[in-house]
Design a protein around this ligand. Sequence first.
Ligand code: BDR
Length: 358
Amino acid sequence: MSEYDRKTLAPTSASTRAITSANIKLTATLALAASFLVACAGSSNSAHNADGSKRLTIAVVPMGTTDEYWKMVHAGAVKASKELGVDIIWQGPIRRDDRTSQIDVVESLIVRGVDGLVLAPVDNMAMRGPVEDAKRSGVPTVIIDSDLQSNSFVSFIATNNNKGGAMAADYLAKLLNCKGKIALLRNVEGNASTDHREQGFLDQIKTYPGLEVVSSNQHAGATAESAYKASENLLAKLRTADGKPGVDGIFCPNESSTFGMMRALQDGELAGKIHFVGFDSSKKLLAAVSKGDIDGLIVQDPMQIAYQGVARIVDYLGKKEVPPRIDIPATLVTKDNLEKPEIHALVAPDLAAMLGEK
Ligand code: BDR
């Protein structure tokens, strides 16, 4: 099992000090304590199915557990576990930038002997070692939501994030009649899903000569609080000497950055005065769309991403063909389509019923 430089989190060479069994036990214990959120679903009393085959246990490891997005990922995984007759273990860090905790969680799950892993990596490099360890231990991995720079996983299932960023750029350009100043507030460095949205956004904005990017190097950080502070700082930096906003359109690439910017615009009495496109959905973000504080949200289908993740790892374990990549479409949600039944089903599913909490 390879060891990691705890500072850089990069896997060190195999010749480094092997982790002793005591360390593995300690790691497993710490991981269980550090992972904060462990839930099991689809658990049956027997370790075997009716036909005598071994009942599979699939670990689903999210990037974080606070955003509403991850609650919908959980619901999709539980739905798959019930329909496919497998058990799932839902275990992940609270913060979406907690690389150490996610590494510890995956290593503890390998020690625990799960049959397969569905992982949303917090970082496209730091999680390479644990996924390679899982493969060496005979535990296959499907990556969901955010890409990983590795060849050691079975399939990648996510929104096409570059296209999602481009969708945001096209909508913002339409709102601005293809003319004006644009700001991008980035999410967290190393998070492939939002890195790709940000790049897709900037590349598409370049196709509109009348649009000028006045800021694209500020990061919101991993929480709504850090995003609120970063948004306030950015808006203050952009404000002109005569008190004008200094920007006509803003894009944020995920739930927490969008929420932080929304709150900063509202508190600064700028909501509805600057065109604003975000990513993901939540009750509060959808209320802001309805109110006109947010012009549009690029909304993913996290339940389908998770469902496909569990279904494909079960296929792989059953020796069935698994596509190397599955793109799950994103949808632009605005005031005009918010109440349509298909949009309501996408953004406001009955999670409690799906998680069996009713
Ligand atoms: C957000 O982080 C991203 O990786 C997901 O796609 C979603 O946009 C949720 O925390």
